[in-house]
Design a protein around this ligand. Structure first.
Ligand code: FPP
Length: 252
């Protein structure tokens, strides 16, 4: 197996525990949470935003440097117009209300996805908060918005084709590193751990390239109920895993 594929897990001296550098989350179950309570779906998304706040705190406390959240997929645009609008408004409100916390904890906001699909007002707010936090390095919050793994890989393939066509790239130079370098955020390390809530056992077009060697953690907890204790359980499970990356002995 490619020697470049390696564990980015870090060990905190204090606990001796293996802590993932990058955790990515498929936040699922907002609709069901609301339905169970006889509430409109948007109430589930609103409560889901509370889980995001709780997880951001937990993430910081546990020393995880990158957190990627699947907030809206390329497929989600087919949802009822009112739900899409409500989600976009929620996102704007979240960005405004979270800005202070990002500054205080020196967390950089980033985003991946087909951002041109987003309403202009969301793009404006997103760009603004990304700009004012771009110099922070304590942590990274990455929002996947209008994101699809296949779309991302197809986009990278198109860029490669254009460069080959333009004579700036030779076909024999097209390898894994060349593709990886043309993804949305090539400098972000691959996720070590992917969490999916609500009992669904799928990747649903999330980080298809980057999650090749990620550990998967599934929980029945619905996203709006997900709190620090559930986060800690996922990290404890991750610490017990032995990652071999195709080798015979664990690498971390
Ligand atoms: C999946 O649950 C969730 C989404 C499509 C949206 C995720 C959005 C949030 C958690 C809101 C806030 C996010 C940020 C970053 C502020 P679902 O609606 O598919 O649930 P279901 O499968 O139970 O119907």
């Amino acid at each position: 197996m490619d020697a470049a594929i390696g564990a980015s897990t870090s060990t905190t001296a204090a606990e001796g525990a293996r802590v993932p550098v990058h955790v990515a989350i498929i936040m699922d179950g907002n609709g069901r949470w609301a339905q169970q309570r006889g509430l409109p779906r948007i109430k589930g998304h609103e409560q889901g935003a509370e889980s995001v706040r709780a997880v951001l705190k937990a993430c910081r406390r546990s020393g995880v440097k990158y957190l990627t959240l699947y907030a809206f997929s390329v497929e989600n645009w087919v949802r009822p117009k009112a739900e899409v609008e409500a989600l976009m408004n929620l996102l704007k409100r979240f960005l405004k209300s979270q800005e202070h916390e990002l500054h205080e904890n020196r967390v950089r906001l980033r985003s991946i996805g087909r951002l041109t699909d987003l309403p202009r007002s969301v793009r404006r707010e997103l760009s603004r908060v990304m700009k004012v936090t771009e110099h922070y390095r304590e942590g990274n919050l990455v929002l996947a918005l209008s994101y699809g793994g296949r779309t991302e890989i197809a986009h990278a393939a198109r860029r490669i084709a254009e460069e080959v066509d333009g004579g700036t790239l030779r076909p024999e130079e097209v390898d894994e590193a060349a593709v990886a370098a043309r993804l949305y955020a090539p400098d972000i390390p691959d996720p070590d751990l992917v969490i999916r809530t609500s009992g669904e056992l799928r990747l649903s077009n999330f980080l298809l390239w980057q999650a090749s060697y990620a550990e998967m953690y599934f929980t029945d907890v619905l996203w709006p109920d997900f709190r620090e204790e559930h986060w800690m359980r996922a990290l404890e499970e991750y610490a017990r895993r032995r990652r071999r990356f195709g080798d015979v002995e664990p690498r971390s």
